[in-house]
Design a protein around this ligand. Structure first.
Ligand code: SAM
Length: 207
C-alpha cells in the first residue's frame, strides 16, 4: 500500500492549486459547521491539508490547532496563515493516530475528507474520542464510495496500482455512522451532500 505521508507530500502543491470542486456544497458545509462552533471553543482539525478550512473557520473559535500527516501540506498552510494574518491557528505535523497527544482535550475536533483515507478506522476513532472533551463534538464530512459510486472502484484501484491514489475505504453511510457510534459518540446532526460521491456530514457528541 502507498505510504500516506509520502503520497500526500507528493500531492501537496497540486492540491494547493486545485479549485474546490463544488463551491456551493463547501460553503453550505462551512455554514453548517459554524452553527456547531462557539467563540470560546478550543478546536482541532485533523487532516487539514493546505489549511483552507482551518483559516476559514478561525474566526468562529478561540483557537484552532490544525494538523496533517503531510509536512508539505503544513508548510503551505503556514504560509497561507502568515499571508492572511490569521493568528489563532497553529498548524502542525501529526497523524490522526496521534490526535490524543495534540494539546487537547478539545471542545470540537473536525476532519473533512479524511476518514475514508484511514485504513484502521476504529483505532483512529478511539484516538479522536480521547482528544474530545466529554460532551464535546466530532464534526466530519466523508465521501461514502459504497453508496452509489461503485463504478469508481476499478478506476481508483487502477490509480492505486500506479501510486496515483491513496487507500480509500469503500464505506456506506450506515457503516461509517455505526463506527462513529461504536467509538463512543452520539450522532446529533447529519446531511448528505450529493456529488460524484455521496458526501456525508456528521456531527457527533462524545458520550
Ligand atoms: C483529501 S485531503 C483533505 C484535506 C482537507 N481536509 C480538505 O478537506 O480539503 C486529505 C488530507 O488528509 C491527510 N491525511 C491522510 N492520511 C492522514 C492521517 N493518517 N493522519 C492525518 N492526516 C492524514 C492528507 O495529508 C491530506 O492533507
Amino acid at each position: 500500500m502507498t505510504d500516506p505521508e509520502a503520497f500526500w507530500d507528493r500531492m501537496a502543491h497540486g492540491y494547493a492549486k486545485a479549485q474546490i470542486r463544488d463551491m456551493t456544497s463547501y460553503d453550505q458545509t462551512m455554514a453548517r459547521t459554524r452553527t456547531h462552533l462557539s467563540p470560546g471553543d478550543k478546536a482541532l482539525e485533523l487532516g487539514c491539508g493546505t489549511g483552507t478550512t482551518a483559516l476559514r473557520l478561525a474566526d468562529a473559535v478561540e483557537h484552532l490547532t490544525a494538523t496533517d500527516i503531510s509536512s508539505e501540506m503544513i508548510a503551505i498552510a503556514q504560509g497561507k496563515a502568515l499571508r492572511q494574518g490569521v493568528e489563532n491557528v497553529a498548524f502542525g505535523h501529526a497523524s490522526i493516530a496521534d490526535s490524543g497527544e495534540t494539546g487537547g482535550p478539545f471542545d470540537v475536533v473536525m476532519g473533512f475528507n479524511l476518514l475514508p483515507l484511514i485504513d484502521e478506522l476504529p483505532t483512529a476513532l478511539a484516538s479522536i474520542r480521547s482528544s474530545v472533551k466529554p460532551g464535546g463534538l466530532f464534526i466530519s464530512k466523508s465521501g461514502c464510495l459504497a453508496e452509489k459510486s461503485f463504478y469508481l472502484r476499478p478506476v481508483i484501484a487502477l490509480m492505486q496500482l500506479f501510486g496515483k491514489a491513496p487507500y480509500v475505504a469503500n464505506l456506506k453511510i450506515r457503516t461509517l455512522e455505526g463506527l462513529i457510534t461504536d467509538a463512543g459518540f452520539e450522532i446529533i446532526d447529519t446531511h448528505t451532500y450529493p456529488g460524484i460521491i455521496a458526501n456525508r456530514f456528521i456531527v457527533a457528541r462524545r458520550i
